[in-house]
Design a protein around this ligand. Structure first.
Ligand code: GTP
Ligand code: MG
Length: 447
């Protein structure tokens, strides 16, 4: 996976958020620290890291939560949005006017991946029904002509090149004419990467682009450079306003996060990323989706959805009563049924990050018990159901007789109720301890 290391550490930072009992300033600070560490390891510029985490800290405990959004979800969204923002925010696609010769010129430092990327892009667009051709204007490196020719032939893509021609501008012009005559819509122009630094590269880029007037100039940048990629991007951005960027070699590069964020910081749009040596290893760059993938959002969303699915609407009054420990037998039945829908109770509590040691028997509340308890409850008066405290020995015998169960069954149920009431009180306290309150899952009071 692309930027696997960064993704893993960001994901575990968020898991900590989901595992925490209380969401307060300390927790957000810890989360920010985790994110800082992850980004620094990925070679993201220190100032950028600070700006990212400052924004997360500022917005995480923002008091006003949109309706129906829990604090945890809100924080996940803040982290997601912030990362996306620092990756460029919007996806900027390569625009191709169909039926016209769209010339796209590739430039880049030696070995950055220009030729490979041209091969990939040609395939990418050809598969999408756009007539695509490639031109080799690299008259510098001896193998360049054959490298591109072979890539083109493998994918049956029209190729132009001339090993005898030594002038790059001439090659570009001739190639462009040829392709135009053939009705090619996307013409990808490969240039030489004789340069080791930006200056010389930019001069040559100007010379060629003046004569062939490309629609767009793409700078191909090696993602393994980390934040150094930003230097190239900045020089390039200054030199042309029809420029965009493709960052390559993000597969397996520990510094890819640094490269992407540094490039995005220059304001030059990243349009594609290269994710491997094979001809299919290219993808359009979408900051929002990319940030989501880094955070392993599919996982976390799944958890949120699971909790949501099981929720029922309980009004605030009921929730308040639970928090004060006023918890009737009817309430208990409703809660047990809800919890059963979500799976093993202990697991649910763990997912929600609630720290409470469940009484051993409670985790095993079985359907059988619940059925029996319903029968028992039918033999009670309303007063008894609402306020089971009043049920003493004589009432227990009466209820057991009336429901065809034993006194022990009735006592078991009452004991269960007491334990659950205690738990609800405890959860209520946890909830009150949270800053601003966590509007949680209405079916589970106090969460
Ligand atoms: N792992 C990985 N390797 C890549 C990627 N893109 C390019 N490469 C490799 O990088 C090396 C250089 O790629 P080229 O496409 O020849 O680079 P170039 O910019 O055309 O090089 P010059 O023309 O010499 O300046 C090759 O070995 C490619 O296979 C990528 O996304 N991932
Ligand atoms: Mg090349």
């Amino acid at each position: 996976m692309v930027l696997e290391g960064l993704g893993k550490s960001l994901n575990s930072a968020l898991k900590r958020l989901f595992g925490a009992a209380v969401i307060d300033e300390d927790l957000v600070k810890e989360l920010a620290k985790d994110i800082q560490r992850a980004l620094l390891v990925a070679d993201v510029d220190v100032n950028l890291v600070m700006a990212i985490t400052k924004r997360v800290e500022e917005q995480a405990l923002d008091e006003s939560l949109p309706r129906g959004v829990s604090r945890r979800e809100h924080i996940v969204k803040v982290v997601w949005d912030t990362l996306a923002c620092f990756l460029g925010e919007k996806a900027v696609p390569l625009v191709i006017d169909p039926g016209k010769p769209n010339l796209v010129m590739m430039v880049g430092i030696q070995g950055s991946g220009k030729t490979t990327t041209i091969g990939k892009l040609a395939r990418y667009y050809q598969k999408r029904g756009i007539k695509t051709g490639v031109i080799c204007a690299d008259n510098f490196r001896p193998g360049a002509y054959n490298q591109l020719k072979q890539l083109a032939e493998k994918s049956s893509i029209p190729f132009y090149g001339d090993e005898e021609q030594k002038d790059a501008v001439n090659l570009a012009k001739k190639g462009f004419d040829e392709m135009r005559k053939k009705g090619i819509e996307l013409i990808l122009l490969d240039t030489s990467g004789r340069h080791r630094e930006e200056k010389g590269l930019i001069k040559e880029m100007r010379d060629i682009s003046r004569s062939v007037k490309p629609k767009e100039i793409v700078m191909v940048i090696d993602g393994t450079l980390g934040q150094q990629a930003g230097v190239q991007a900045a020089a390039f951005k200054e030199a042309t306003d029809i420029g965009s960027i493709i960052v390559t070699k993000l597969d397996g590069s520990a510094k890819g996060g640094g490269a992407l964020s540094a490039v995005a910081a220059t304001g030059a749009p990243i349009k594609f990323i290269g994710t491997g040596e094979s001809m299919d290893a290219i993808e359009p760059f979408n900051p929002t989706k990319f940030a989501g993938r880094l955070l392993g959002m599919s996982d976390i969303r799944g958890l949120i959805d699971k909790v949501r699915e099981a929720q029922i609407d309980v009004d605030e009054d009921v929730t308040m009563r639970f928090m004060k420990g006023q918890f009737s037998l009817n309430d208990m039945m409703v809660q047990l049924k809800q919890l059963k829908k979500m799976g093993p109770i202990g697991k649910v509590m763990e997912m929600l990050g609630l720290q409470y040691k469940l009484p051993d028997n409670m985790a095993e509340v079985q359907e059988e018990n619940m059925k029996r308890w319903e029968v028992i409850m039918n033999s009670m008066t309303k007063e008894e159901r609402d306020n089971p405290k009043i049920i003493k020995s004589s009432r227990i015998s009466r209820i057991a007789q009336g429901s065809g169960t034993s006194s022990r069954d009735v006592r078991d149920m009452l004991k269960q109720h007491q334990q659950m009431q205690k738990m609800m009180k405890h959860i209520g306290k946890q909830r009150r301890g949270r800053r601003g309150g966590i509007p949680g899952i209405p079916g589970l009071p106090g969460m």
